[in-house]
Design a protein around this ligand. Structure first.
Ligand code: HEM
Length: 385
């Protein structure tokens, strides 16, 4: 479970103006305004900051050692971006809830490039709202109802492979989450060859996602960018085929392909481009896979650590299995709603395990938090392409 230790941490990272920029701004102000101090911490080397330290050790150790040294708020520079790291539930609430209007979502450009700059979580405003509504439909309870047989088949196949052969629970859960994600996006219609192409290329993208961004052939990042292009190619082909058949489908891909922006001047609004559709498909896969796989892995661990609970959950599941004649009859939506104890275990596991270890926001105005100041980013490296 060592890789999951990092998930316990909840860091909210805020992009903010660099030390140099801050200092020159103070000089320009001629010291008229008494400045709240910058948080403690080190900005490391010019541009690369502390990126090499982060990538040369367990990120958990990187963050925990600084937290121990500087406290719950400290500054650093990662992937070319000056950052303030906040590490407390109170700070998370400040950024995400009470003062959320002072921040906007932002990711390092290297990550935007990997997922695709049109993915909804890089945006705000009308485009974000439109995409948010769009993805909610095919991910909502009504649509998921139709997917129960696909999810059951994916779970059965995982369990069959698992029988004494699994080296890593997390990897088995990632495979399961990927299959469920693909069923949700493509409505269970994707042929095995395409699924294998998506799986293969997506796994290369994933390996490069957290690697140091550079364009040297042979590096993880370079390979990931190449695989990202191939993924786009596969998705474009699937879209072309659907258009040629005249059946766009009602799954997530179909909804994205048919969505029109609100009509203006009496004309129909524009469709999303293929690039926008592909970025959002990859974005949803990305948002769904590791999070769900982590949650499932924690559930397995907690159950393993609590034999009595495991027995009780096993009994609840066995009763349903028995009612379905030992699995001869398919699981129903109503049965998935009737697993009271299993449901409580899932909720409690989500509460106990911090699935998302950190996320980025960019300050859109000067922000003061506990006597330290974070400035609005006037020189940003997080611009969209
Ligand atoms: C246990 C599982 C999951 C956890 C803990 C989780 C957590 C999160 C968090 C914390 C965010 C906000 C990130 C930020 O604002 O910086 C987020 C956003 C998002 N998640 Fe999940 N997620 C999970 C599963 C899923 C699944 C299964 C899907 C899709 C099938 C999904 C789709 C999304 C999308 C599309 C967004 C962006 C929403 C927006 O920008 O409005 N997530 N998730």
């Amino acid at each position: 479970m060592a890789p999951f230790v990092i998930l316990i941490m909840c860091f909210i990272s805020l992009a903010f103006v660099s030390y140099v920029h801050y200092a020159s701004r103070q000089r320009r102000r001629g010291g008229h305004e008494k400045a709240a101090k910058l948080p403690p911490g080190s900005m490391g080397w010019p541009y690369i900051g502390e990126t090499l330290q982060l990538y040369s050790q367990n990120p958990n150790v990187f963050f925990a050692s600084r937290q121990k040294r500087y406290g719950e708020i400290f500054k650093t520079r990662l992937l070319g971006c000056p950052c303030v790291m906040l590490a407390s539930p109170e700070a998370a609430r400040f950024v995400l809830v009470t003062q959320s209007h002072l921040f906007k979502p932002t990711y390092p450009r290297s990550k935007e490039r990997m997922i695709g700059p049109w993915a909804l979580f890089f945006h705000q405003g009308d485009y974000h709202l439109r995409l948010r509504r769009l993805v909610q439909g095919p991910l909502g309870p009504y649509a998921l109802r139709a997917l129960v047989p696909d999810v059951e088949a994916a779970a059965r196949s995982t369990l069959a492979d698992w029988d004494g052969n699994v080296a890593s629970t997390f990897h088995a859960m990632k495979r399961l989450s990927f299959d469920v994600g693909v069923a949700t996006i493509f409505g269970g219609q994707l042929d095995e060859r395409r699924k294998a192409e998506l799986r293969q290329n997506y796994s290369v993208v994933e390996k490069g996602y957290n690697s140091f961004p550079n364009s040297f052939p042979g590096t993880l990042y370079y390979k990931a960018i190449q695989a990202r292009r191939r993924l786009h190619g596969v998705l474009s082909e699937i879209m072309r085929e659907r258009r040629a058949r005249g059946e766009l489908g009602s799954d997530l891909l179909g909804c994205l392909m048919q969505s029109r922006a609100p009509a203006g001047d009496g004309g129909a609004g524009a469709l999303l481009t293929d690039e926008q559709v592909a970025d959002n498909v990859i974005g949803v896969l990305f948002a769904a896979q590791d999070t769900t796989a982590s949650a499932l892995t924690w559930i397995v661990k907690y159950l393993h650590d609590n034999p009595k609970l495991l027995e009780a959950v096993g009994a609840e599941q066995a009763a349903i299995h028995h009612a379905n004649h030992g699995g001869a009859r398919p699981l129903t939506w109503a049965q998935t709603r009737s697993m009271a104890l299993t449901h409580r275990v899932i909720l409690e596991s989500l509460r106990m395990a911090s699935i998302i270890s950190f996320t980025f926001r960019e300050a859109v105005a000067d922000v003061e938090y506990k006597g330290t100041r974070t400035h609005a980013r006037t020189h940003t490296r997080y611009t969209r392409t």
